[in-house]
Ligand binder design. Structure first.
Ligand SMILES: Cc1cc2nc3c(=O)[nH]c(=O)nc-3n(C[C@H](O)[C@H](O)[C@H](O)COP(=O)(O)OP(=O)(O)OC[C@H]3O[C@@H](n4cnc5c(N)ncnc54)[C@H](O)[C@@H]3O)c2cc1C
Length: 293
């Protein structure tokens, strides 16, 4: 199918994009990688009157460390992150994610920020952003806001980005010492959205106990979910098989997936626990904790 008719505007700076978004209001949608928006328009699930294309804004394509964060601009593509040598060393969770988002062709165009703005219930970046306690910087005519990811992800395909606003950048806190993470995804085939997915980020204290835990699941509700019960029960404990089993059970209990061609609700619920256990085991292995009791 062809998309419904729309006007096409190219923005050459963030300010110009914000001005266009303010001018066209509810009619306007930002075009980033187009990997979710264009298919939605072709199926007429989205019918924006005006597309504001931000692809000419080269200065938004950065991925860099700054002031204690890894910062990715609105045009930072999955493929760019995948190729950065320092990512696997310092951001193991994101290296895992960048290998399993869609397929290599989609990753050439798709952006991290676009994935957060799309907020697909089965999207990969929202899960990783929750576990790593990301924030999103958003700019509108009234100024710039920094939104914690828990407030940013509002509902399926809905975020805290208001009419007339552009999401400028996502910020992931740089992991401290003895901190690592992992992403586990069950997919039917390469390039598929998740049947179940989990992201974890673990910081160990000097005595080997878990000082901080970020645990999130995807494809398990209206949007990615933080498993606060798992985070609380992991906090302060010595990593063990029992702790992993309890965290996995907390994820299974929280998950409320919809049945579809990827599996029944009961199966996906069980898989939510399985991926949390796998991600925790991988993160702990990366931290040198292997012989779990
Ligand atoms: C075949 C296929 C398989 C896929 N598989 C997966 C998968 O396994 N996992 C996964 O997570 N994703 C998957 N995707 C989605 C893909 O990762 C998208 O690239 C991503 O979800 C959206 O990024 P984008 O840059 O393409 O955004 P776009 O499609 O350009 O935009 C998506 C939405 O976000 C809004 N938006 C984008 N950027 C901004 C901004 N800076 N400010 C405000 N609003 C903005 C747009 O207006 C639009 O509503 C798949 C896509 C395809 C086509």
């Amino acid at each position: 199918m062809f998309p419904a008719a729309f006007e096409y505007k190219r923005a050459h700076s963030a300010d110009e994009a914000v001005a266009l978004l303010a001018l066209y209001g509810a009619e306007a949608r930002v075009l980033a990688g187009g990997q979710s928006l264009i298919p939605a328009m072709r199926y007429r699930l989205a019918r924006p009157g005006v597309l504001v294309d931000i692809n000419p804004i080269e200065e938004l394509s950065y991925i860099r460390e700054s002031d204690g964060d890894l910062r990715a601009g609105a045009l930072a593509r999955d493929a760019t992150l995948e190729r950065l040598a320092f990512i696997p060393e310092r951001y193991a969770l994101f290296a895992d994610v960048s290998r399993v988002v869609a397929d290599p062709v989609v990753r050439q165009m798709g952006t991290l920020v676009g994935s957060l703005c799309h907020n697909d219930p089965s999207g990969d970046w929202p899960v990783a952003a929750l576990a790593s306690r990301a924030t999103v910087v958003v700019r509108g005519a009234a100024g710039t806001r920094t939104i914690p990811i828990d407030e940013f992800l509002v509902d399926s395909y809905a975020t805290a980005v208001a009419e007339g606003e552009l999401a400028l950048e996502v910020r992931f806190p740089t992991p401290g010492p003895r901190t690592s993470g992992a992403y586990a995804k069950i997919e039917r085939k390469v390039g598929d959205f998740a049947t179940a997915a989990a992201a974890v980020q673990i910081a160990l204290a000097a005595d080997g106990t878990i000082a901080e835990a970020g645990v999130a699941i995807g494809a398990a509700g209206p949007h990615a979910l933080r498993v606060t019960a798992a985070e609380a029960l992991l906090h302060g404990v010595v990593p063990s098989r029992e702790a992993i089993r309890e965290a996995a059970e907390a994820a299974r209990a929280l998950a409320d997936p919809i049945p579809d061609t990827r599996g029944s609700a009961e199966f996906k619920k069980d898989m939510a626990g399985v991926v949390v256990a796998r991600a925790l085991a991988s993160a702990l292995e990366r931290l040198g904790v292997e012989d779990l009791r």
